[in-house]
Design a protein around this ligand. Structure first.
Ligand code: HEM
Length: 178
């Protein structure tokens, strides 16, 4: 890469991993706190955190969309597309595809195929930081749950006003530490 590309690539690496992972954590924690039975499942079986992390990422889909320009004609689900057409990749929608996920509107840390989340994209531009993002969430979540006897929502969350990368910006919680 030349100097210009290198500079922008570092900018992408630094910014792409910030709000995305934070929103997966904050929105995932909100979903957990709205389903106390799921918190108990995780507290009883800490190994479940691997699957829970993927479900949190599927559920929150922090990157809302990307756009692609077609370089050649294609047919997608019966729709003919021309070169130059724009194609919206909607990650929250794909993550609720009922052909892939049973009962997709349910938040379920035991979902058997949560790792089929499309939240990290696919193909050539598949997220460079997906392993790191998963590791961050898998590290924080068990430590948080182990540190508290009780944790609950303490008001309504505030959402970021964004249509690209978005999610829960402030999550009021009340907790009793062990
Ligand atoms: C839950 C957290 C994350 C989500 C949901 C997410 C989502 C995505 C998505 C959807 C893309 C594909 C963009 C496209 O197709 O054009 C992408 C690319 C990328 N992500 Fe992530 N990301 C996350 C965390 C991270 C982290 C932690 C890092 C770095 C530390 C990172 C770095 C990047 C980079 C550098 C790219 C561009 C890859 C390329 O174009 O070759 N991401 N991410």
């Amino acid at each position: 890469m030349d100097r210009h590309s290198t500079l922008w690539y570092f900018t992408i690496v630094a910014t792409a991993g910030h709000d995305t992972t934070s929103f997966a954590l904050s929105g995932g924690l909100e979903a957990l706190l709205r389903h106390p039975d799921q918190v108990r499942l995780l507290q009883d079986d800490p190994a479940l955190v691997v699957n829970a992390t993927d479900e949190m990422i599927r559920w929150t889909s922090p990157v809302r969309h990307f756009l692609r320009y077609l370089t050649e004609p294609a047919v997608l689900s019966g729709t003919e597309l021309r070169a130059g057409d724009r194609l919206l990749l909607s990650y929250p929608s794909a993550n609720r595809d009922e052909r892939i996920f049973d009962d997709p509107m349910a938040f379920d840390v035991t979902r058997p195929n949560a790792n089929r989340t499309i939240a990290f994209g696919g193909g050539e531009h598949f997220c460079l930081g997906s392993t790191f993002a998963r590791r961050e969430i898998r590290t924080l979540l068990p430590r948080l749950l182990a540190a508290v006897d009780e944790i609950a929502l303490d008001g309504e969350p505030e959402y970021a006003q964004a249509n690209f990368v978005g999610g829960v910006k402030h999550l009021p919680v009340v907790a009793r530490l062990r």
